[in-house]
Design a protein around this ligand. Structure first.
Ligand SMILES: Cc1cc2nc3c(=O)[nH]c(=O)nc-3n(C[C@H](O)[C@H](O)[C@H](O)COP(=O)(O)OP(=O)(O)OC[C@H]3O[C@@H](n4cnc5c(N)ncnc54)[C@H](O)[C@@H]3O)c2cc1C
Length: 350
């Protein structure tokens, strides 16, 4: 088995890996990305991006629907958060991934698809693809391989705080509202969403409770959705974990980005923006170790705040219920802004 030596190896071509690859390749660094799937992009996801996060950075043709209003429901209350500009928009993960991959490749990055990394020992990586097993060695290794990151495991870092997310993409259904349902009976300290896309609607649920199985969450979601006229039983159910157990990103010369680093929000499950920001920041720090790490530091501040709220509400069902109702009261009386629920810095911090 021949060994391929590469300057920088990135495992995973999701938003984190692709954002990292583009910046490195722009600076003429030899960078190779390995992606186990044949096609870049598709991922279990509701496809929500926020105005303060990525919405402003993406071309209009990637935006499927955008919403100035957010309809939020708890067991006892409901409210509509309204802003002059769209607060959240939806994108297709396939289209987002293809667009990011094209930009990374145009910058000079090489990305191999259908290549699954099977083992990692330090900076030596063994991967399997259609042409058999290959060994890679590198001087810098970026783990952008998602919530079940092998790179993270190779560093001996556990991921104890991961919650299941479930998504159904409902075809041909007219739906005009973006909705959040903080229903503690069905979803504990998680929530369900209805996110309209161009020709489909994403109906799903997330729970930060590590002991909540995807099966239990799915049963709660099916019952809840049927009550709203969504018959999901016949549709393909997709499930994946969201990792919010952040324990650092720099283990130089090994780095962790996005879900591999546990940078998603434990409260909302938002992870695309943290993936892009951490991928870009890592690339800049590989290029120049003196470059600022503040984008990741800002992310971590918000992530820790979300984590504290999540930890309190996960204690028991009464805590979850009281916290959801309190959060709703604060949103209704504008004591807290909807932007506090987003991972991007709030407008006043930017
Ligand atoms: C149901 C659900 C709904 C969600 N909704 C939203 C939302 O609306 N908005 C939002 O911001 N976030 C959402 N998220 C979270 C979001 O999808 C992730 O946080 C985000 O995709 C993380 O990006 P990433 O690049 O770190 O990892 P990923 O997108 O998971 O990419 C990792 C890549 O690595 C590849 N890979 C993994 N292992 C290997 C290996 N051994 N060898 C080679 N390749 C490998 C994978 O195939 C994948 O392409 C949702 C998550 C779930 C589960």
């Amino acid at each position: 088995m021949s060994t391929i030596n590469i300057d920088i190896l990135i495992i995973g071509a999701g938003p984190a890996g692709l954002a990292c690859a583009k910046i490195l390749a722009e600076q003429v660094r030899k960078v190779l990305g390995l992606e186990r799937r044949q096609e870049i992009g598709p991922k279990v996801c509701a496809g929500g991006i926020t105005q303060d996060g990525l919405l402003r950075q993406l071309p209009a043709e990637l935006i499927e629907r955008s919403f100035c209003e957010q309809h939020i429901f708890t067991s006892l209350q409901q409210t509509v958060v309204q802003e002059p500009e769209p607060v959240i928009a939806t994108v297709s993960r396939r289209a987002l991934g293809q667009w990011m991959a094209e930009r990374a490749r145009l910058a000079g990055a090489e990305i191999l698809t259908g290549v699954k990394v099977d083992s990692i020992e330090g900076l030596r990586v063994i991967a399997a693809g259609s042409s058999g097993n290959r060994t890679f060695t590198c001087s810098q290794l970026v783990g952008a391989d998602g919530a079940n990151s092998l790179v993270r495991r190779s560093l001996g870092i556990p991921a104890a705080h991961r919650g299941p997310g479930i998504n159904f993409q409902v075809p041909a259904r007219t739906c005009e509202q973006m909705e959040w349902h903080l229903d503690t009976r069905a979803f504990g300290c998680g929530y369900a969403w209805i996110f309209p896309h161009k020709d489909t609607v994403s109906v799903g649920a997330y729970s930060p409770q590590t002991e909540m199985s995807a099966g239990r969450l799915k049963r709660g979601l099916l019952r809840w959705a049927a009550g709203r006229g969504f018959e999901l039983d016949e549709l393909a159910c997709q499930a994946a974990l969201i990792n919010y157990d952040y324990r650092g990103y720099s283990f130089s010369p090994v780095w962790l980005a996005g879900d591999a680093a546990g940078l998603s929000s434990g409260l909302t499950g938002e992870g695309i923006y943290p993936a892009v920001v951490s991928g870009e920041t890592i690339a800049r720090r590989i290029l120049d170790p003196r470059s600022s790490e503040s984008p990741i530091i800002e992310l971590v501040k918000k992530q820790r705040l979300h984590r504290r709220v999540t930890d309190i509400s996960a204690r028991n069902s009464t805590c979850a219920f009281l916290l959801m109702e309190l959060l709703m009261l604060m949103l209704r009386f504008k004591l807290v802004s909807f932007h506090a629920l987003e991972m991007a810095p709030s407008p006043q911090q930017q």
